[in-house]
Design a protein around this ligand. Sequence first.
Ligand code: NAD
Ligand code: IPM
Ligand code: MN
Length: 350
Amino acid sequence: MAHRIALVPGDGIGNEVLPEGVRLLDHLAAQTDGLAFEYTHLDWGAERYLRDGVSLPEGAIEWLQSDIDAIFLGALGDPRVKGQQHARDILLGMRFKLDLYVNFRPITLLDARKCPLKNKGPEDVDIVVFRENTEGVYTGIGGQFKRGTPDEVAIEAEMNTRKGVERIIRAAFEYAEEHGRKSVCMSDKANAMRHGHDLWQRAFKEVASEYPAIENFHLYVDVLAMELVRAPERFEVIVTNNLFGDIITDLGAQIQGGIGLAGSGNIHPGKVSLFEPVHGSAPDIAGQGKANPLATFLSAGMMLTFLGHPELETRIQNAVQQTLLADEVTPELGGTLTTSQVTDRVLARL
Ligand code: NAD
Ligand code: IPM
Ligand code: MN
């Protein structure tokens, strides 16, 4: 049976990297008995929003839930749309309404030479971040009062629910247990944020006590940022909230070699889930064939594991790694190849 995949290239370089990701999937399908994909191409993004005002179309969520196994997305964000309303509607809309509570973001250094940290290698940079993906400060709860006056007030509330905090922490421990990882670090800012992050502290202690074989420790997020640079080898699994997870995974992207190498999954186990590179639409390089497609390939690999083919993810990771080691890369990594030439080299190694 074919896996039903919704394709959302989105904006900017999303339109350059996602088609390369589809080439990769097609290549694997042609090589693998019984593997097939049935695509639905979706035009959700800035172009359509500017044309007819539609961001996430009506009924889209219900359709994704009933007819689609996984969503494969490029990026959303366009300088022509002030405030990026369409991107929030589409990307955060899917994360929230499909309840994709696990933002799974590995930080894996595949090529030692790409690490900007002195004397650190692949054995030191091998981390998985579990970012809470459905609440925190991203929900839009809050408001503005006396906007545009000297007395203006703007409130952005951070929402933390017991259920939401507990399930992402549990997902991190489950992953550690299943993948032989020895520790889970929880990061918050409980010293300054005493309501929500006190909830994180208590939930972490309680869930951790159910996994006595896995070491647990806590760092405030400012210290986590410092430690990721000083001693990334301290970390195997990190669990944190929505905003902190966003920030530390861009930091993580750099210590794994660059933002063009960071893939991610937005997952609700057992339900339709979404896979995308961590990077954005990169308007500064869009349309020039310079976008690195490797983060998209690694995201495709995560999608294949989610769909029940972990051996294909391993093959993708190996092909990506060999391509990096051969210096067959795009300009931001010092190479001279275009987006689709990098794909050619990866496909040749599969
Ligand atoms: P960005 O990730 O798009 O770009 C940051 C820098 O990294 C730029 O210099 C860009 O050229 C470079 N870069 C990013 N991806 C690259 C790739 N694959 N290959 C080579 N270089 C790459 O971040 P930004 O500039 O802050 O955001 C641009 C837009 O994208 C904004 O509207 C933002 O909100 C949006 N965004 C969307 C997502 C998403 O869809 N998941 C993620 C991040 C940002
Ligand atoms: C990401 C992005 C998004 C986020 C933006 C576009 C809302 O930065 O996926 O990392 O903050 O989650
Ligand atoms: Mn981000």
